[in-house]
Design a protein around this ligand. Structure first.
Ligand SMILES: [Zn+2]
Length: 234
């Protein structure tokens, strides 16, 4: 890797996914597939992808940057029951029949509060092994795909051994009671750490004042809890 890691911290709006001007379209998968990433993360990923290729692993990005508006649409459709929200056992939840704070926590287990997703930064990505599945394979991003019998277990092991060399780590590897484990989620530490440090609940509240967010009152009342349990990675 070449050593230009002096990128400045993102602007407030970039941190919240409201501005994607810090991103580049990076080649990260089969047949010219691209993803939006920060240039530093894209460069580090390219080096890691090449090293993985040499060992027969088709390390590819399924999704990189996600905008605030996209995350907001996911949040609101889940909150309104237009998109399924499940519990850990995979049972569909009826959020409308739940206390607001319970409903918010149920959404947060699998979906970030808009403005707090690590996918806003361009440092984070969901990955799979393109060589381990047919090209028409429908990626689900579920734990079984990355577990011992799953198609991406070899990649999972490879990442365990090698991702650190390239500056990557997996923030949601273990269940800490907040966000459910996501073995597919990779984060480029040099950039992500700066973003993490720059995030604040008060900034979030300020920038989202005019946003039409489902459960907004509850979110505002519990904002510090949410940041502690679902945003900050210990
Ligand atoms: Zn992810």
């Amino acid at each position: 890797m070449s050593g230009h890691s002096n990128s400045s911290v993102l602007t407030r709006r970039q941190l919240l996914g409201m501005d994607g001007s810090h991103l580049v379209q990076a080649s990260v998968g089969p047949a010219g597939a691209t993803a939006l990433l920060h240039a530093d993360a894209a460069q580090a990923f390219a080096a890691m992808r090449e090293a993985a290729q040499q060992e027969g692993i088709g390390l590819s990005v399924a999704s990189g940057f996600r905008s605030f508006d996209r995350q907001l649409a996911i949040w609101n459709t889940k909150a309104r029951g237009e998109r399924a929200c499940h519990d850990d056992a995979g049972n569909r939840l009826d959020l409308a029949s739940m206390e607001a704070w319970d409903a918010v926590q149920a959404i947060l287990r699998f979906s970030a509060l808009p403005g707090t997703s690590r996918h806003h930064w361009g440092s984070d990505m969901d990955v799979f092994d393109e060589k381990a599945v047919p090209c028409d394979y429908r990626l689900q991003l579920v734990a079984e795909e990355y577990a011992e019998q799953g198609p991406f277990h070899a990649m999972h092991n490879w990442l365990e051994q090698r991702a650190g060399e390239f500056g990557f780590f997996r923030p949601y590897r273990e269940d800490r009671g907040g966000i459910a484990p996501e073995p597919w989620h990779l984060s480029y530490r040099p950039l992500a750490e700066q973003c993490e440090n720059a995030m604040s609940a008060s900034q979030w509240a300020q920038q989202t004042e005019a946003v039409d967010l489902a459960y907004k009152e509850t979110v505002m009342a519990k904002l510090h809890d949410i940041f502690e349990r679902f945003v900050q990675i210990p």
